[in-house]
Design a binder for this molecule. Structure first.
Ligand code: SAH
Length: 461
């Protein structure tokens, strides 16, 4: 066989017309059928591109100049958009972002699961797709004798210069980070130096309940000791009455993981509260909590609509976290069983059930793929199963357990369309049918897409 050489060479400048976009948000253009991936290029654009990496079947390029500009291109409003890399889609208008996410779901369903005859609804977006994040975790560094805060420059651990705001983070949280940094700097609290593994303040984490406007500040330190803690705490809560909780988290390790094991309450309450719909949640420093509650509400309302409960059903919520979905379901079901691998999340789930006077839930710590077959052996026969797995999707044993349990309905909430499609294929082979899929935009400006699928047992089974 003749070995085909790629039609481009490294460092060559070429003119490229873009016809597509990857799920990461890179533009795709082809030369003699050979694809080039170019960040920040949009379909319909023609541009000068520098080839920067050549592989056998594809290459990466860098956008030099756009000769023909797409109507969907907008000026990214963030000053550090390119350096940061936390957002990937700020250069396209919001309508296009929503359409791109929907197409991505359609494409993977067709390619991976061979499903192309069901409705994939238009992505549910936000009216205002900015300032939505209720939590920020920002590294603390040092420049010209002053403490600085800001995200790391893409693929480095170097804090971006002059970054004083993140426009997908709520304004309150932005202001809180600034306040902590300013006061800590004045008091002379040192930043954590990653290379030397010295100094004190590693990260500032701020979380504010959107419905309640209660703020929790978490000061992540390398040391047990936080110098000037009393002064810092006093000034913070006296100046900003929405602060309800100030916590120190100690992380002594050389690690990229932000939070350490130990937390210490410095002032106020251990928890802040927030609500999604009618349900109230107590959130502690280490709890997982959705970062965009209004969109979460829309997602879970869809899940509830697909579950179609009338009050008499037994429901399983697998991968239940702190019970967010379980508590929604419990209002409409006879009994909800939740399973989750993180013990702290399960104790939060139990507390949250109590907090809301919900008494028809049962939460179990364990691997869903092991607990579900055990439930089956105990004779549990759910009418509906809801799953909300992490990005890698459901474990095969769990899919098998669901097929054995034969609920009349499965509602699949997913943060990764590719693994969703893979798992839907297995469920379809096991006697189920996918009815419809609803993408929801939980993370505007980024390339993440969340969706919920309605899956029903075929009548012939
Ligand atoms: N539905 C929840 C959380 C979904 S995130 C909410 O909205 O709050 C996925 C969850 O799956 C995480 O909480 C993670 O800890 C849990 N998880 C991961 N692997 C698991 C497994 N094998 N068994 C059970 N839970 C698991």
């Amino acid at each position: 066989m003749v070995k085909q050489e790629p039609p481009v060479k490294k460092n060559q400048t070429i003119e490229l017309t873009f016809e597509d976009i990857t799920h990461e948000g890179d533009g795709v253009g082809k030369i003699e059928g050979y694809p080039l991936f170019v960040p920040y290029a949009l379909p319909g654009e023609k541009a000068q591109v520098k080839v920067i990496k050549v592989k056998k079947n594809f290459a990466f390029g860098k956008l030099l100049h756009i000769d023909q500009v797409s109507e969907d291109r907008v000026e990214p409003p963030c000053d550090v958009y390119i350096q940061c890399g936390g957002c990937q889609l700020q250069h396209m208008n919001y309508g296009m972002q929503l359409e791109m996410k929907r197409n991505q779901v359609k494409n993977v369903l067709r390619k991976i699961a061979h499903i192309d005859d069901i409705p994939v609804h238009p992505t549910i977006g936000m009216d205002d797709p900015w300032r939505y994040r209720n939590k920020v975790q920002i590294p603390v560094g040092h420049r010209d004798g002053e403490l600085i805060t800001g995200f790391y420059r893409k693929r480095t651990h170097e804090i971006i210069e002059g970054m004083d705001t993140c426009i997908i983070t709520s304004e309150i949280n932005d202001r809180m980070v600034e306040a902590v940094r300013r006061i800590a700097d004045r008091l002379g609290i040192s930043h954590y130096d990653e290379e030397k593994h010295r100094g004190v303040l590693r990260h500032i984490m701020v979380r504010t309940g959107q419905a309640t406007e209660e703020t929790m500040i978490v000061l992540v330190t390398r040391t047990e000791e936080l110098p000037y803690a009393d002064e810092l705490v006093k000034e913070l809560h006296e100046t900003y009455p929405q602060i309800k909780s100030i916590v120190q988290n100690i992380n002594k390790q050389r690690t990229n993981v932000i939070l350490g094991r130990k937390t210490k309450l410095l002032w106020g309450e251990e928890y802040i509260y927030d609500t999604i719909g009618d349900i109230k949640f107590a959130i502690s420093a280490k709890s997982f909590y959705q970062v965009n509650p209004p969109q979460t509400k829309k997602l879970y309302d869809k899940a509830l609509e697909y579950a179609d409960l009338s009050g008499g059903e037994t429901v399983i919520d697998a991968y239940c976290g702190i019970g967010t979905i379980s508590l929604f379901l419990a209002q409409k079901a006879k009994k909800v069983y939740g399973v989750e691998i993180v013990p702290e999340a399960i104790s939060d789930a139990k507390e949250n059930a109590k907090l809301n006077n919900i008494d028809n839930t049962e939460f179990v710590v364990g691997e869903a793929e092991k607990v579900m077959p055990w439930w089956t052996a105990q004779g549990l026969r759910p009418d509906v199963i809801v799953v909300d797995p992490p990005r890698k999707g459901c474990d095969e044993a769990l899919l098998e357990a669901m097929i054995t349990m034969k609920p009349k309905k499965i509602v699949y909430v997913s943060c990764n369309p590719s693994t969703l499609a893979r798992d839907l294929k297995i469920l379809e082979d096991g006697g189920y049918e996918t009815k419809q899929v609803q993408p929801v935009d939980m993370f505007p400006q980024t390339n993440h897409v969340e969706c919920v699928a309605e899956v029903v047992l075929k009548l012939s089974n």
